[in-house]
Design a protein around this ligand. Structure first.
Ligand code: ATP
Length: 323
């Protein structure tokens, strides 16, 4: 039976704040009042602009640092204060593994397994990420993508109930990325709860049950991919030809409900009704024999939603903020 809706969330974050540096304006608020809930078996993706606070948030939920303010529960425990209860049940793939480069891949796995409760066999973890054939190679000889996969293998050693993946596919070639996605999907299918950060919108579209887009320390929008892009306009772009033909005096048609912007001859139309706007535009182009160069029409996408979030000014500190 699916109890995921009735049982308490696996990750529950309320009012989270993280302040770096000295108290007061000399310091910096990287996370500014963040709420987040992830249910058992769910894959939740944190997206955001550079410096939005994704890693700062992840580190707090992983229990690697104490929040300046707010409440975090992972599997019902405070991950920082009750680290001993939480740590054996979670797997963490950091952005930089930072293990000794002189050890071989297998030695690194064994060293890690020694610190892991109920570890799976090292070779099994290496096999999961496609690194078994590299087991005798020194870590310093691995490519960047192979190191990422070793990071993931180590995170999987303890058969974690909750897996934290900080930019898991950065530096991977397309084939290794697809393999990582397959593995993450399998883990999720087995019931693992996953919180991941990524810069690849496609990764979130492929994997996430729900996602949040962060900007300047806050979650600006959150939901399923469909919910996040709902209400975003579709986009039509094209280039008008040099003004020398029969269309010389022809103006663009009225496109009700659409917003038209021009950058030189490059025209962008944003519309809530892609089909009717496109029909109108193509009819006009045909009637007036206007060739529309590099014509591109696309439905609302996560990219549009992301760019809209990135363009929002960061709101000032609420009064009463902890400094
Ligand atoms: N130890 C620190 N001391 C001071 N400021 C920090 C520290 N760590 C991070 N920051 C700042 O906090 C902000 C959030 O950083 P964070 O790494 O959490 O963002 P991010 O969303 O993960 O960014 P990216 O996508 O670039 O990895 C940034 O402005 C960063 O410069």
């Amino acid at each position: 039976m699916d109890n995921s809706r009735t049982e308490p969330p696996v990750i529950e974050v309320t009012g989270l704040r993280r302040h770096y540096g000295p108290a007061g304006p000399a310091g910096f608020d990287a996370v500014r009042g963040l709420d987040l809930t992830v249910r058992r078996g769910e894959l939740f993706a944190l997206l955001g602009t550079n410096g939005a606070g994704k890693t700062s948030t992840m580190e707090l939920i992983e229990g690697l640092a104490a929040p300046t303010e707010g409440r975090i529960r992972v599997l019902g425990h405070d991950p920082y204060r009750e680290r001993a209860a939480v740590r054996p049940r979670i797997g963490i793939m950091l952005q930089e593994g930072g293990f000794p480069s002189e050890l071989t891949v297998a030695e690194t796995g064994r060293a890690w397994a020694g610190m892991t409760t109920d570890a799976r066999p090292v070779d099994e973890a290496l096999d999961l990420v496609g690194l078994l054939h590299r087991r005798t190679v020194r870590v310093k000889q691995l490519s960047g993508g192979e190191r990422r996969r070793l990071d993931l293998a180590l995170a999987l050693l303890g058969r974690p109930e909750v897996l934290f993946l900080d930019e898991p596919s950065t530096g991977l070639d397309p084939e290794a990325r697809a393999a990582t996605w397959r593995l993450v999907r399998e883990l999720r299918a087995e019931g693992t709860t996953v919180l991941l950060t990524t810069h690849y919108l496609e990764e979130a579209e492929e994997l996430a049950d729900r996602l949040a887009i962060m900007h300047a320390g806050r979650i600006v929008t959150e939901g399923t991919v469909a919910e996040v892009i709902a209400g975003r306009p579709s986009r039509i772009a094209f280039e008008l030809p040099e003004r020398s033909g029969p269309f010389e005096t022809v103006e663009l048609p009225a496109l009700p409900g659409a917003e038209v912007t021009a950058e030189g001859r490059r025209i962008t139309v944003r519309t809530p009704t892609l089909q009717s706007t496109l029909t109108e535009l193509l009819g006009w182009a045909a009637r007036h024999e206007v060739p529309l160069g590099a014509l591109d029409a696309r439905s609302a996408s996560l990219e549009e939603a992301f760019l809209a979030v990135a363009a929002t000014p960061s709101t000032p500190e609420p009064t009463g903020a902890v400094r």
